[in-house]
Design a protein around this ligand. Structure first.
Ligand code: F6R
Length: 366
């Protein structure tokens, strides 16, 4: 089953071009996106909602956080993502006109299921599940659905399920934007074209594995690492930190880079590697000055940049260039090297990559 790969995680990382192509297949077949991708009633539901709430755990929650940036920016709809285990036990203000999305690879995560049921008791009816397992409890209990086509994910650390969730959430964002007259036909065609090219672009980023592996060798003896991102790449920094912790057992934390001087900068010294996600977006100049603050304290920087980012490598600043900036799809591309970094750091440390200690693939108990 593993073919030429050493672990399921590595295989699943490399399956992402195929997983994305399969997930996007029906959507990008034509020149126009149809709400029915999300179920027969989706058009009607999308037309009557005034907010979006996304509930999920772990890696799936990070996908939801990215989507909250997309949905507010492109569709102009208030959107928040919340950790399911928090939502289910808090007294929240319910908005029955919200689209309530649950995100899950397995569709069996106890906290996410309980959050969905809690939302229903609060009057939420517009429920949508984005899930990788067709007959799962979450899918059965939701009115609308979108099935990601990642295929079975065996490695405990979620990889292809995450990027395919992002692809699904981006389709949703475009449909909501279209529904509200915020997507011109020309923009729609351009986005569909970009989605068609996405698997190929992911493949290009995967080719950076040997370089990422060399970086990973420098992480293996470290106790801590800091991951920095801004805007829609802050949740990607969170995802990178989670991957590193869970499979290599290196303590990692993610911060939106603007928060550095409000505390975490105190931690930075030569023993604290700092990973920066540096796409060529409107926040790049801000991020560059955050990186200088790190460098001035002796922190070693590992920068994942775009080909057009223009950060020059120098003493203590390592730079890896992905493709040219991919606009709103950039979070998907920037996830890939972080997955490879944690995989190779774990290999160096000799941990059980596919079955990290204390963790289960599907958390079906609270
Ligand atoms: C991390 C990871 C977990 C899951 C979380 C939710 O790599 O896999 O954080 O994302 O347990 O699982 P699902 O998506 O099945 O609900």
């Amino acid at each position: 089953e593993l073919g030429n790969y050493r672990h399921f995680m590595q295989k699943e990382i490399h399956e992402q071009p195929r997983a994305l192509a399969d997930t996007l297949h029906d959507a990008v077949a034509g020149e126009s996106l149809l709400p029915e991708l999300f179920g027969v009633e989706a058009g009607e539901v999308f037309g009557c909602i005034n907010a979006v709430t996304i509930l999920a755990c772990g890696t799936s929650f990070h996908a939801g956080k990215v989507a909250s940036y997309w949905i507010e920016a492109l569709a102009g709809i208030p959107c928040r993502a919340e950790i399911a285990s928090e939502y289910r036990y808090r007294d929240s203000v319910a908005n029955p006109d919200a689209l309530l999305i649950t995100l899950s690879q397995s569709g069996e995560t106890a906290d996410t299921l309980a959050a969905l049921n809690h939302a229903k008791t609060l009057g939420h009816q517009h429920t949508l599940s984005i899930c990788n397992v067709p007959e799962s409890a979450l899918v059965r209990q939701s009115r609308l659905r979108f099935l990601t086509r990642a295929g079975p994910e065996i490695g405990v650390a979620s990889t292809k399920a995450f990027t395919t969730q992002l692809a699904a959430l981006f389709l949703l964002t475009l449909l909501l934007a279209k529904q509200r007259g915020r997507l011109t036909p020309a923009a729609e065609v351009a986005h569909i074209q970009a989605l068609r090219q996405l698997p190929g672009k992911v493949q290009q980023v995967l080719a950076l594995e040997p370089e990422v592996e060399r970086w990973a060798e420098r992480f293996a003896d470290k106790q801590h690492a800091l991951f920095l991102g801004r805007g829609m790449h802050y949740p990607i920094a969170m995802e990178g930190a989670l991957k590193l912790k869970e499979i290599s057992y290196i303590h990692a934390e993610a911060y939106p880079a603007g928060e550095l001087k409000h505390g975490p900068l105190a931690l930075v010294d030569k023993d604290m590697p700092v990973v920066a996600i540096a796409p060529n977006d409107i926040l790049l100049e801000k991020l560059k000055s955050n990186l200088q603050e790190v460098r001035a304290r002796g922190g070693e920087l590992y920068v994942f940049a775009d080909a057009d980012t223009h950060i020059v490598p120098s003493e203590g600043i390592h730079v890896l260039q992905l493709a040219d900036h991919a606009g709103p799809l950039s979070p998907i591309l920037h996830t890939i090297p972080l997955q490879m970094l944690s995989y190779h750091a774990a290999l160096q440390k000799g941990t059980d990559v596919d079955k990290p200690r204390n963790l289960a693939k599907s958390v079906t108990v609270e």
